[in-house]
Design a protein around this ligand. Structure first.
Ligand SMILES: Cc1ncc(COP(=O)(O)O)c(C=O)c1O
Length: 410
């Protein structure tokens, strides 16, 4: 079905599904009223047969497109071989995956996990253990950035500034100190003899695609080296070609001590996350000190190996750079016509909307009615993060609809 031939039918299946959802699914999200039934590339089709251009890509987990054929071919083949043995045994898939991912990252070793939050938790545990074993720190602290988003576990929300994410979930895990993102002097001031790590998103995603000043990450890198603390880059949303480079840190020539990866690593098919670092860091873990039943399972490892192979070719990074330039130019052209500011890199754009045009959520709803799926973040910011297989024509189509929505709501 072409874009122009999009149909609009009675939304009975949609209503019934949303009604069941509201009775049976915990209300920890507030989704747009779109019920996906299938997806292909950049397009999602709902239960009524309506097509939507996906400009969220499951928060970057679908970087390579819905049901990317290389990824699904690997998944199908692996389903017919072996899917799960736990780490009680070896599988023939895990070591090749870790080998390929370590190579991609220029690091020695990989700790495989499942969700992004688990990778962050694991990175925190490794940093604390490294502090204890290597630095002899008994009361460790980790410096984080204000307005961070690293996931939803009890420890991670302990150092969040988002009151909705925190309220009612205490007591909180101690050992974190938060400084303004982008302020290297504040970071330097927060590091003391008990600091074991600095944990940052190189570009803050949930905060609204906040790109730091150019000198920031190189200074963070230098400070971490000087003060002998680990620089941990949470590239769970920013990494794996989203910004036009394999890692967002690459834009500034910065190599952290530890990468935290997730989302797109599982090819949009399985949860797969990882902590990637050199041997002298990951070697602090010994049998029994950390683990996960599904972590590094053969199905995920096979898919992850295919994903790393796709990233090694560089084509997704190139697409993100070239098409990202087009997306940003088109969005910036709406400045003064409902758009206040556009930030980001590659196919990742945070767009601040003039509040007279409605809240981010209201604009997202109107865009969904016109067949474009985006997500609001922080009130009046919209995030455009389409699968990296999107074409220039599809970007034009989405931005034209965005312009229509803004013009209509003025
Ligand atoms: C930077 C960052 N870290 C961690 C996470 C948590 O990942 P997950 O939702 O897979 O636990 C997210 C999710 O949005 C993220 O954006």
């Amino acid at each position: 079905m072409t874009v122009e031939a999009m149909t609009r039918t009675d939304a009975t299946k949609t209503d019934a599904t949303i009604e069941l959802d509201s009775r049976r699914v915990a209300h920890n999200y507030s989704p747009l009223p779109v019920v996906a039934a299938s997806a292909d590339g950049v397009w999602i089709t709902d239960v009524e047969g309506r097509r939507y251009l996906d400009c969220l890509a499951a928060y970057s987990a679908v970087n390579f497109g819905h049901r990317n054929p290389e990824v699904t071919a690997t998944a199908h083949a692996q389903l017919d071989a072996v899917t799960l043995v736990s780490r009680a045994f070896h599988s023939d898939r895990l070591a090749p995956f870790c080998d390929a991912l370590a190579e991609l990252c220029g690091k020695d070793m990989v700790l495989p996990m499942n969700s992004g939050a688990e990778a962050v938790e694991s990175g925190i545990k490794v940093a604390r253990k490294w502090g204890a074993d290597v630095k002899g720190v008994t009361d460790p602290n980790i410096v984080v950035a204000q307005n961070n988003f690293h996931g939803r576990t009890t420890t991670i929300i302990s150092f969040s500034d988002d009151e909705t994410a925190r309220r009612g979930f205490g007591p909180y895990t101690p050992g974190f100190r938060s400084v303004p993102f982008g302020d290297a002097d504040a970071l330097a001031g927060a590091i003391d003899a008990n600091t074991v790590a600095v944990l940052l998103e190189p570009i803050q995603g949930e905060a609204g695609i906040i790109v730091p000043p150019d000198e920031y990450l190189p200074r963070v890198r230098a400070l971490c080296t000087e003060r002998d603390v680990l620089m941990i880059a949470d590239e769970i949303q920013s990494g794996l070609a989203r910004t036009g480079r394999t890692f967002a840190c690459d834009h500034w020539g910065v190599v952290p001590d530890m990468y935290l990866l997730g989302k797109a690593l599982g090819g949009g098919v399985v949860p797969l996350s990882a902590v990637v670092a050199d041997r002298h860091i990951l070697d602090v873990l010994h049998p029994g000190e950390h683990g996960s039943t599904f972590g590094g399972n053969p199905l995920a490892a096979a898919i992850g190996t295919t994903v790393v192979g796709m990233l090694s070719r560089g084509e997704f990074q190139r697409r993100s750079t070239e098409l990202g330039a087009h997306l940003h130019a088109r969005l910036r052209a709406l400045t003064g016509r409902g758009v206040i500011a556009v930030r980001g890199k590659g196919l990742w754009a945070g767009v601040d909307i003039d509040p007279v045009h409605g809240t981010g959520k209201q604009v997202s709803l109107r865009l969904a009615e016109r067949g474009v799926l985006v997500k609001d973040t922080h009130g009046s910011t919209l995030r455009f993060a389409p699968p990296l297989v999107i074409t220039a024509d599809e970007i034009d189509w989405a931005v034209d609809r965005f312009a229509d929505v803004l013009a209509e709501a003025r």
